[in-house]
Design a protein around this ligand. Structure first.
Ligand SMILES: Nc1ncnc2c1ncn2[C@@H]1O[C@H](COP(=O)(O)OP(=O)(O)O)[C@@H](O)[C@H]1O
Ligand SMILES: [Mg+2]
Length: 431
């Protein structure tokens, strides 16, 4: 008796076609591949493409994301695309077995800073959003991922924007530029994705300072270092402060918002360096003109007296001051004396935002610095202000070691205050 096996069923799958630059990368690819590209270039799309193709050739493969949150959209996309050929899927384990023998996909996230899939064997690993792994990348790659590829002589893809340009990722990128035989790397721009409208990119360019734009959209590794505030020359006006500002301060009409003033305060001892640092106040008019720059050393009571003096001089629409540590009791004491102050909590994230806003203000020529007292100190601080990429992918903004950034902080607080939604007029009392 002869049994004829049923003819295998043919299943048609449609994987999305690659765009020309993705095609080129695939053609040029090697065993280990590094793509440094602007946001929305199509990194993840290409990553899914190579991963699914490898799995369809009946190999075990893995997708690695920095966090669970970043993992799930890719899991969903791949499940949807491969749906007709999935034999078994575990939502809980984030694992897919394909029809046939050997094709399987694991999805791992490195939330705890480690790779939970140690000891597995893979033909291919795609690591997405690698910059977010920060300094964990080196350990995760050398200790955990690389050994998973040994048995099957597997390959890997590393995908990221260029944030954390100084990290291990940058090193991998340079291996791909001819330093190591099995490595290839590419740098791509968002604009290389034909599915992204050029108008979207142009709009983003307007909203971001140049350095941030280069990182996010050009995939460029320029770090912010030394060039946080650009176009400072354009802000400098070599003339005394026009007298109308002082006049507005005293006679200003509450009906004329263009005559409003805003004060940013950085308390001495309220942050990075306790002792020995300066209190800084920057007063800015609504039109971005810096009208007064104060920088001095004083005890807490005197700092408040100086602020009260400035408040009675400019009658600001808002005063924004650091609220961390010593800031909170300072704010309470000021409010008790009738000065209305808004609090600002300094974190890496809030500072990042505020610095970026001020940097954009300078870049677009919206800030003017006349020849007022302490101008040279402010300019020196602005020029030396640094951004350092941290291993966790964040950026730390501060003065170079040994330097000061009190006036930069006061300046971005004044700028922030002038762009904040209004709570109400600032009450003031001459003390
Ligand atoms: N080959 C392609 N065909 C169609 N759309 C694509 C292609 N590559 C990318 N896209 C689209 O471009 C956008 C960004 O792609 P994505 O892979 O998420 O970029 P990245 O991971 O670089 O940020 C998405 O909307 C995606 O659908
Ligand atoms: Mg992506």
């Amino acid at each position: 008796m002869s049994v004829t096996a049923p003819a295998p069923k043919r299943i048609e799958l449609s994987l999305p076609a690659l765009h020309p630059e993705q095609e080129r990368i695939l053609r040029e690819s090697s065993r280990f591949n590094v793509i440094r590209a602007g946001r929305r270039f199509g990194k993840s799309t290409l990553g899914r493409h190579v991963l699914m193709n490898a799995a369809l050739q009946m190999a075990p493969v893995a997708w690695v994301a920095p966090t669970y949150k970043r993992l799930t959209p890719q899991w969903r996309e791949i499940c949807a695309t491969l749906n007709p050929v999935i034999a078994r899927r575990s939502e809980e384990e984030k694992h897919i077995d394909l029809i046939g023998h050997g094709g399987e996909i694991d999805f791992w996230s490195c939330d705890g800073g480690g790779f939970p899939g140690e000891g597995r064997k893979y033909k291919l690993i795609v690591c997405d959003e690698v910059a977010m792994l920060g300094s964990d990348l080196e350990r995760i790659w050398t200790r955990s991922l690389r050994p998973c590829l040994t048995d099957l002589q597997g390959g890997a893809w590393f995908l990221s924007t260029s944030k954390a340009a100084s990290s291990y990722f940058t090193q991998m990128y340079s291996w791909g530029q001819g330093e190591r035989p099995e490595w290839k790397s590419w740098q791509m721009r968002t604009a290389d994705n034909p599915y992204i409208l050029p108008s979207e990119i142009a709009a983003a360019k307007q909203d971001l300072p140049a350095a941030a734009f280069l990182q996010e959209f050009e995939g460029d590794a320029v770090s912010f270092s030394g060039s946080v505030f650009t176009n400072l020359e354009q802000a400098i006006v070599d003339a005394p402060l026009p007298e109308q500002y002082e006049r507005w301060a005293q006679q200003r009409s509450w009906m004329a918002p263009e005559t409003e003033f805003f004060i940013g305060c950085d308390w001495a001892g309220a942050g990075r360096r306790a002792g020995g640092d300066f209190t800084a106040f920057v007063t800015m008019a609504k039109d971005g003109t810096i009208c007064a720059i104060e920088r001095f050393k004083a005890d807490f009571a005197l700092q408040r007296v100086r602020l009260a003096g400035l408040v009675s001089r400019f009658r600001p629409a808002a005063v924004l001051a650091e609220e961390n540590s010593i800031g909170a009791p300072m704010l309470s004491a000021l409010r008790a004396s009738g000065i209305s102050v808004q609090g600002w909590t300094a974190t890496n994230a809030t500072k990042h935002k505020a610095v970026e806003a001020l940097a954009l203000g300078f870049e677009e020529g919206r800030v003017k610095i006349y020849d007022v007292e302490n101008r040279a100190v402010l300019l020196a601080e602005l020029m030396s202000f640094e951004a350092t990429s941290l291993p966790n992918g964040m950026t730390r903004f501060a003065a170079p070691s040994g330097g000061h950034d009190d006036l930069v902080v006061a300046c971005f607080l004044a700028y922030l205050a002038s762009h904040r939604p209004r709570v109400g007029e600032c009450a003031w009392s001459p003390i």
